[in-house]
Write a protein that binds this ligand. Structure first.
Ligand code: ADE
Ligand code: ZN
Length: 306
């Protein structure tokens, strides 16, 4: 099965052993967030804290190159032909790495994997919602004023419960005017209104998660009519407790309604998942056949910011 993914955070793709290795290199203690080679967290807020702490081991551009190479090599090993990664300049800046140094390093890691395995990759620069609109606008301006051939999208991750969507309209306008594809996390922690808001106020064509659209039949109809693509991350949703189990997950309902769906790993080691596992989940828990799974790959390729 050929695969492609549109929603994986590069910082969240760091295997615990890579983080341990870099922590040793920099003399950092990460025993509070990694035990028995696994990340330790128990709800969305502690997940974000764990993620932020782990991301602090990326202190030199070479660390980002290695991370990107490691992720894309593993993706190629799962028969993926294409992957888009979210990269957060705010996380790099906290450790003293500038925008272009971060992007060039991730791009180099993608190139190294491309040469070895033939996989293609692009970068979606992401702002972090809970850091607020000013940070988001700075990140958008960095993308707009430093164009890079592999940066083809702009997104927003972080805590959906912070600020209002309209606060980020200016950041998305800057990125959209620069010709970048737009996506935002919505409908993960928050309900259908959050999805309507990012469509209406940010002009996105894809939604990160978006699964809670199922709570509004009118919104589901709109997603179909406007051919909006959902970056669904079912393993992540179950791990974070958005749904108690796969039986309650809305992917089958959304797909049957005609919504364009892609399968994605989000932050694979945090949620004990992988792109392979997401395709397995769709087969085993949602009863999808090979043709339907291949359809998700095709949707990802068609909706790619490339
Ligand atoms: N950042 C990394 N993973 C995320 C998720 N699942 N939701 C929001 N922000 C994130
Ligand atoms: Zn995400």
């Amino acid at each position: 099965m050929l695969k492609a993914e549109l929603h994986c955070h590069i910082e969240g793709a760091a295997e615990p052993d890579l983080v341990l290795r870099l922590a040793r290199k920099y003399g950092m203690d990460v025993s509070d967030i990694i035990q028995d080679h696994a990340y330790q967290w128990n709800d969305f807020t502690s997940f974000l804290n764990c993620y932020d702490t782990a991301s602090r081991v990326f202190r030199e551009p070479e660390d980002y190159r290695l991370l990107a190479y490691d992720y894309y090599s593993r993706l190629a090993d799962q028969n993926a032909i294409y992957g888009e990664v979210f990269a957060s300049p705010d996380h790099a800046a906290e450790m003293g790495i500038g925008y272009s140094d971060m992007i060039n390093a991730i791009s180099d890691g993608i190139d190294d994997a491309q040469k070895q395995f033939g996989i293609e990759g692009r970068i979606i620069v992401t702002c972090i919602r809970h850091l607020g609109p000013e940070s988001a606008e700075l990140v958008a301006e960095l993308c707009a004023s430093n164009p890079h051939p592999k940066v083809t999208g702009f997104g927003m991750a972080g805590d959906e419960r912070a600020f209002q969507v309209e606060d980020f309209a200016n950041a998305f306008a800057i990125a959209g005017d620069a010709g970048l594809g737009l996506t935002a996390h919505a409908g993960e922690l928050d309900g259908p209104k959050s999805i309507e808001d990012v469509l209406d106020l940010l002009g996105v064509k894809r939604i990160g998660h978006g699964v809670r659209a199922v709570e509004s039949p009118a919104l589901v109809e709109r997603l179909v009519r406007e051919q909006i693509v959902l970056e669904v991350c079912a393993g992540s949703n179950i791990a974070l407790g958005i749904y108690p189990g796969y039986e309650q997950h809305p992917l089958p309902t959304l797909l049957n309604a005609g919504v364009r769906i892609t399968l994605n790993s989000d932050d694979p080691p945090y949620f004990h998942t992988s792109l392979n596992n997401e395709y397995d989940i769709a087969a085993k828990h949602f009863g999808k056949n090979d043709e339907q799974l291949a359809g998700c790959t095709r949707t990802a390729i068609n909706a790619a910011f490339i």
